[in-house]
Design a protein around this ligand. Structure first.
Ligand code: SIN
Length: 516
């Protein structure tokens, strides 16, 4: 068995990267992160919590059914089974690692309700701070773990591949040394998170620009269903970038979506009312805003005086805009929140390219389909991170052989995307590829992206952001139907046979074409 320090590289240090690294023990693993550990990623911002069938009247089967139902025909049943079955063990493991989930006066876990769950099954920590609590426990454990080497302020610019196309590490920029370097590793795990930062209005940290998808696509990985971007219906519409999230748990606790005059509106759209599937609520909120009636969350009666303790993060965001949710309505709007497509993996997190694995938001394991069930994402990172670790912990890993990065990347400056270019791209994505798309707008978006690819200001960061934007636009153009998070005004119907969009390099095809 090989046990050298350059066996396994994990790119990204959110819940997906750190949990995978911890579960690899005692195998040595190196984790790289572009910013100081715990800063800059999306996990600490997760308000909702973690979905797990741990309630007295709940079962993994019910969680499985809700996950299947939400995904609009595209959830892989095997993946969803693994996810739902893994929920109770994930909660146990996190409790063992010191995460203090909220409990009631009898010491039982307090369970919240979110959209499209048939049971109360979301575990929370300090009200709306589950992500931060989980990250703190994982960071503490990772810093103590002897098998983990953490390298901070290392910006990955691309994957390295050898002459046979095997992924063999990463081309990185060491911010403190001011140098580009090749990190050669036998196996590489992408845990780079999401891409909300490609949109003008997002709940994600703005550096979340989907670079990991671009790296994987350039290395030849199949990108599945990139068009499925989930918009959260209730970001606080207070002009902040990123837009602060007003967690769905508020509606789980009885808050209502209302117009400016206080009239609830969700019953007009869906029998599930305020807790209808997320894509339906998001489009309803957008419709009400566009019709001039306004969209607000009303938590005055349902949550009232308990708001500051129950939802401290949302309360602080409201206060920053001089809104008191105990007495005022909260203005809300949809915002890009989560990417449901990603690097296609098998049930063990393996991509189609040798040497490459993917976990967390950057991966498409099959559990989300066209519409992710709320609070399934932290669970996915944990369940599938553990599965990758099980595959690699005792594996024989060959030393990388002659790794190299494509020359065009070496010519670009090692810099993030210039602010003006990102502003242009984000505006174009929000105009043409957000909640409601059409063929004409998507073609315009692709023109803008192609024109920007010729920009004299092209940097390594801008190049990756543009590749990912192009993948999403290509997927959205190829999917001539409406399903889950993807709504085409020129193809409003849902096809009777669900299918996946798959993009390998620049070729778009679906599995019907593949089969024929
Ligand atoms: C929320 O708290 O509403 C977000 C939870 C999630 O996106 O899973």
């Amino acid at each position: 068995m090989t046990q050298s320090n350059n066996d396994i590289l994990i790119i990204g240090a959110g819940v997906a990267g750190l949990y995978t690294a911890l579960k690899l023990a005692p195998r040595p693993v190196t984790v790289v992160t572009a910013r100081p550990l715990g800063k800059g990623g999306a996990t600490p911002w997760a308000q909702g919590g973690l979905a797990a069938a741990v309630g007295p009247n709940d079962t993994p089967n019910l969680h499985f059914s809700d996950t299947m139902q939400a995904g609009a025909g595209l959830v892989d049943p095997e993946a969803a089974h693994l996810l739902a079955l893994g929920g109770p063990a994930a909660v146990e493991d996190l409790l063992r690692m010191g995460v203090k989930f909220d409990t009631d006066e009898d010491g039982n876990l307090k369970l919240g309700r979110e959209a499209a769950h048939c049971r109360d099954r979301i575990v929370h920590a300090t009200g709306d701070q589950a992500g931060a609590a989980i990250m703190k426990a994982l960071i503490d454990a990772a810093r103590r773990a002897e098998h983990i080497t953490i390298l901070e302020r290392i910006v990955v610019e691309d994957l390295l591949t050898d002459d046979n196309g095997v992924v063999s590490g990463a081309l990185v920029y060491d911010v403190d040394a001011g140098e580009r370097e090749a990190y050669e590793f036998g196996e590489t795990v992408l845990a780079t998170g999401g891409l909300g930062g490609l949109y003008a209005v997002t709940t994600n940290p703005t550096p979340a620009q989907g670079h990991g998808l671009a790296f994987a696509a350039r290395a030849g990985a199949i990108i599945r269903d990139p068009e499925f971007v989930q918009f959260h219906p209730t970001a606080l519409n207070i002009g902040a970038d990123p837009a602060p999230l007003a967690t769905e748990a508020l509606r789980g606790d009885g808050a209502r979506l209302v117009n400016a005059d206080g009239t609830p509106f969700m019953e007009r759209y869906h029998s599930g009312g305020d807790l209808a599937p997320r894509d339906i609520v998001a489009r309803a909120v957008e419709t009400e805003i566009k019709a001039g009636r306004g969209a607000f969350l009303d938590a005055r009666e349902a949550i009232g005086a308990t708001f500051p303790d129950a939802f401290p993060t949302v309360f602080a965001a409201c206060q920053s805009a001089k809104i008191d949710p105990r007495t005022d309505l909260m203005p809300v709007a949809p915002a890009a929140h989560y990417h449901m497509g990603g690097v296609e993996t098998d049930l063990d997190g393996r991509a189609n390219v040798e040497g490459l694995w993917a976990v967390g938001e950057v991966a498409s394991t099959g559990v989300h389909g066209a519409n992710r069930l709320a609070s399934n994402s932290l669970l996915e990172a944990i369940v599938f991170g553990a599965r990758i670790a099980d595959q690699l912990r005792d594996a024989e890993i060959d030393a990388p052989d002659g790794a190299g990065a494509p020359g065009d990347r070496m010519e670009l400056p090692s810099k993030p995307a210039p602010a003006a270019d990102m502003a242009k791209l984000r505006a174009a994505m929000s105009e043409h590829c957000a909640l409601i798309r059409n063929g004409e707008g998507l073609a315009d978006l692709l023109d803008i992206v192609h024109e920007m690819q010729e920009s004299p200001d092209l940097t390594s960061g801008l190049k990756s952001a543009l590749v990912t934007a192009e993948l999403i636009a290509q997927g959205a153009l190829a999917r001539e139907e409406s399903r889950g998070g993807h709504f085409r005004s020129d193809f409003p119907e849902t096809d009777s046979e669900p299918y996946h969009t798959e993009i390998a390099a620049t070729h778009v095809y679906d599995d019907e074409e593949e089969d024929s």
